[in-house]
Write a protein that binds this ligand. Structure first.
Ligand SMILES: Cc1cc2nc3c(=O)[nH]c(=O)nc-3n(C[C@H](O)[C@H](O)[C@H](O)COP(=O)(O)OP(=O)(O)OC[C@H]3O[C@@H](n4cnc5c(N)ncnc54)[C@H](O)[C@@H]3O)c2cc1C
Length: 819
């Protein structure tokens, strides 16, 4: 075995081997994969081999599409057959919400180019003659289905061997029976790995260890939020009816998914494989995989599967005539949101994760493709935030991960409502005023472990969401919160914001090199700044305030805490001239906004708050009521006269009570995240993570005024200069959708010209309660971005006319902000 390599991949499952293959494909052939047993010995050998293209995530959808395309070409490239049965995939629907889900998905599929068909019951029968369409009594009636003609199932071990051939033919090395048992950092910053076959030093390490992710992580000092859950499928004997159908010339049946009954069914040697996602499947190996487990399986638990078996027998009656041959019950890696962890680890350099795969056969190709791109090029080619390991933070305790993973597993087939908020492992992280908000009727959601009030149920209204793809029970109440803020004054608790303090003699020039805008030079000034990728895409959004000489306060999205913190930390200059402190937990934040916000604050602040003394986009460090050291920032994300109060966390109750006491005469009230969404859309404020992503540059996003090409070097500058010369490929637009009665755009819908050609995609949408318009934000080809232009959008399968509006259709002159 080599003693030195540029990159070592730990783990020889399909994911590790795909990573090795893609690294070699990109020219990194000084690459070694270490596998403790033999290739596929983890979860890969017993996977059912399904390759579902269906995924609600724009990112994961692209990864899966890449995989399916790759697996089709691999046999020709490597000479190794992979037994890819392109049977198609049929997902049944037995209710309108399910059809809405499929239609919502179709928007995503359209924008990433995945072929699909939405079909009716008769076509289901034509494709799948052995199915019962249902009578609405014992067996729910099929109302429609989503059909993917391009996917099917594959032999996971053959696939792994094909990838292995592809990697080895390019010079990469694979070592089996080689377990990594210890890790340390060399003085030069490389990784020194100890194995039973000797030591190896590598510049980069990729962990692709499946069910072992936690113990591998521990070797590197990381708490990796991946814990496996039991997953079972039943293998049936031959089915006489299926055999007769096939012998009569019938083609292999599509993989069938009855989502509303939470199972999949596919052919296997004239019999069936039935795979339920059942309630009660336990998480396993939370402290690591024991030595004895190796290639074993758990004992099957038929009892747990029975409700799904019975449902499947009602849908496919001939199933009842088949005997059960075997039950396969294996560990399947999970993460709290069900998406894998692909990308850099945090807190260390040159350590990469490709872990937490629950659809790893499907995702292996795409995850290897993008991870290799990231390692070799320094950046992935597409927006990977949805799978970036740094989307999680230190809140992922063992119990949290166990509870969330079990919940995610049993919910694999539930309807993925856009406003769904799952209940387990909550509340965990709360703002100090959580109980007060709850008493005010707050209906909470969870983001990055934080409880955030989505809306407030007024007295007499049940504080509970009815999830939907359409306007739902909270629509009117959200509207009232938004309108109160436009007409009177509202408070939003934004304590979860990520907050960093940057100090030291090098602070200003360091920050300036990280972002495209000019960092504020004057004490008290605030600037909206974007950190870019080297390709010129938007990586992060920071609101930077100069608090004092050599002292900056940097605020970013709450969900970006580890993502931003890690980036800032890793970018620090080595000369010690900058000190970075993550102060997220020590400061709270309330937004006080609306035409009467000045009157409210004036009762609590001695300093004058008029425009001359306290203009828009400035800040002051002041006392508010009894609270000291409050950063008062005259900015907000709702487009109103208003301030953000960033205060030492111990004053949260005092400030909250004081604001409400001072605001009583002005009709003060709380507003939640959904009201904020409505308000910010009316102002065309771009949201990091949905409207602002690495896929688009600040020029495409229409943020030209926050880019200072003349100021000196910053990351992404060259790419922007190139783009300016070549012309931007997209333009950001705000649009009004006509004829909406109950389903506003939500993001990820395709946008069309009047001839029906796709011209872009929506990134966000909702109802603007002040404008009384259904609004969307998105990117289109530049020729369609002119104000007044007619475009179309598809919402839940219906084409709607839409008109491009001016940027900031509510108060384009910012008169409210400057009032
Ligand atoms: C019953 C069942 C059915 C499934 N069906 C499907 C399906 O139909 N479609 C689908 O897409 N997915 C399916 N999956 C999921 C799929 O099996 C996994 O997502 C996939 O196999 C994960 O691959 P991996 O390479 O990440 O992990 P693994 O295959 O588990 O590989 C990890 C490897 O790392 C090695 N390793 C660990 N620690 C070390 C160390 N310290 N040193 C060296 N080597 C180490 C292990 O030995 C192992 O071989 C199924 C899972 C189960 C349990």
């Amino acid at each position: 075995m080599k003693t030195h390599a540029r990159v070592v991949v730990i783990g020889g499952g399909v994911v590790g081997v795909s990573t090795l293959y893609h690294l070699a494909l990109k020219g990194w052939t000084d690459a070694v994969l270490l596998e403790r047993a033999e290739l596929t010995a983890g979860s890969t050998w017993h996977a059912a081999g399904l390759l579902p293209l269906f995924n609600m995530s724009y990112t994961v959808g692209q990864l899966h599409k890449y995989s399916v395309d790759l697996y089709k070409r691999l046999p020709a490239e490597t000479g190794q057959d992979v037994s890819f049965h392109v049977t198609g995939n049929l997902r049944l629907a037995t209710c309108r919400d399910r059809m809405d889900e499929y239609q919502k998905y179709c928007g995503t599929a359209n924008t990433i180019g995945v072929p699909f068909q939405v079909i009716g019951p008769q076509q289901v029968r034509d494709l799948w003659p052995l199915v019962e369409l249902g009578d609405g009594a014992g067996t729910p009636k099929i109302v429609g289905a989503l059909y993917h003609p391009d996917d099917g199932h594959i032999a996971p071990a053959d696939l792994t061997m094909a990838l292995r051939k592809g990697a080895r033919s390019r010079g990469a090395e694979i070592q089996e029976q080689c377990e990594v048992t210890a890790v340390k950092r060399t003085p030069s910053g490389e990784w020194h790995l100890t194995t039973n076959k000797g030591d190896i030093v590598a510049e980069h390490v990729v962990c692709a260890t499946g069910n072992y992710a936690r113990q591998t992580g521990r070797m590197f000092g990381l708490n990796v939020p991946s814990i496996p859950v039991e997953h079972q499928y039943i293998v049936y004997d031959e089915s006489p009816e299926l055999k007769a159908y096939r012998q009569g010339g019938g083609r292999e049946l599509a993989v069938l998914r009855e989502s509303d009954q939470s199972y999949y069914l596919r052919e296997e040697r004239m019999g069936w494989i039935l795979g339920p996602y059942e309630a009660g499947a336990p998480a396993r190996f939370a402290d690591g995989v024991p030595d004895w487990f190796g290639k074993s399986l758990f004992e099957g638990d038929l009892e747990r599967l029975l409700p799904h078996v019975e449902a499947a027998q009602r849908r496919v009656p001939s199933l009842a005539n088949c005997g059960i041959k075997d039950i396969v019950n294996g560990p399947i890696a999970y993460t709290p949101d069900g998406s894998p962890l692909i990308g850099p680890a945090w807190g260390v350099r040159n350590l990469w994760l490709n872990e937490g795969h629950s659809f790893g056969i499907t995702a292996a190709g795409g995850s290897g493709w993008q991870l290799a791109e990231w390692i070799v090029e320094g950046e992935p080619g597409i927006d990977m935030m949805a799978v970036d390991p740094r989307r999680y933070g230190p809140y992922t305790s063992k119990r949290y991960v166990v509870q969330k993973n079990e919940e995610t597993y049993r919910n694999v087939f539930v309807i993925h409502f856009p406003d769904e908020e799952r209940a387990d492992a909550r509340p965990a992280k709360t703002s100090p005023v959580y109980d007060k908000l709850a008493r005010m009727g707050a209906v909470f959601g969870q983001r990055y472990g934080w409880e955030r009030a989505n809306w407030f149920a007024p007295p007499g209204v049940q504080a509970k969401d009815q999830w939907s793809f359409r306007r739902s029970n909270y629509f009117e109440h959200v509207g009232n919160e938004a309108l109160r803020l436009r007409k009177h004054v509202g408070v939003i608790d934004l304590t979860p914001f990520t907050k960093h303090e940057v100090t030291g003699p090098g602070a200003e020039s360091w920050l300036d090199g990280l972002v495209a805008n000019k960092v504020p030079a004057k004490i008290g000034r605030i600037a909206l700044c974007h950190a870019l990728t080297r390709r010129g895409g938007i990586r992060s959004e920071f609101t930077i305030t100069k608090i004092a000489d050599q002292h900056f306060y940097v605020v970013s999205a709450g969900a970006a805490e580890r993502y931003d913190s890690d980036y800032l930390q890793q970018s620090l200059p080595a000369d010690g001239s900058v000190t970075l402190r993550n102060i997220t937990m020590s400061r709270g934040c309330f937004v006080v906004a609306g035409p009467r916000s000045r009157d409210v604050l004036a009762k609590l602040v001695d300093a004058p708050l008029d425009n001359a003394a306290f203009p828009w986009l400035t800040s002051q460090v002041t006392e508010v009521g009894l609270a000291t050291d409050v950063y008062l920032l005259r900015v907000n994300f709702v487009g109103a006269l208003g301030w953000e109060l960033h205060f030492p966390i111990e004053y949260a109750h005092h400030l909250f009570d004081s604001l409400f006491a001072a605001g009583a005469e002005f009709n003060i009230g709380m507003a939640g995240m959904r009201a904020m969404e409505s308000l910010r859309l009316e102002k065309s404020y771009r949201m990091w993570g949905s409207d602002l992503t690495p896929d688009y540059s600040p020029y495409e996003a229409g943020l030209d005024r926050f880019v200072r090409l003349g100021k000196g070097p910053f990351i992404g500058k060259e790419a922007l200069e190139k783009q300016l010369k070549a012309g931007v490929p997209h333009r950001f637009i705000t649009f009004e959708v006509h004829g909406v009665t109950d389903a506003d755009p939500l993001g990820n819908e395709p946008l069309f010209d009047r001839k029906g050609n796709i011209i872009g995609r929506a990134t966000a949408g909702y109802f603007g309660h002040t404008l009384r318009k259904s609004l969307g934000l998105g990117y289109v080809k530049p020729e369609f971005a002119a104000v007044g232009g007619d475009i179309e959008i598809e919402i839940l399968g219906e084409r709607k006319r839409a008109t491009v509006l001016v940027d900031s259709p509510y108060d384009p002159e910012n008169a409210d902000l400057r009032a």
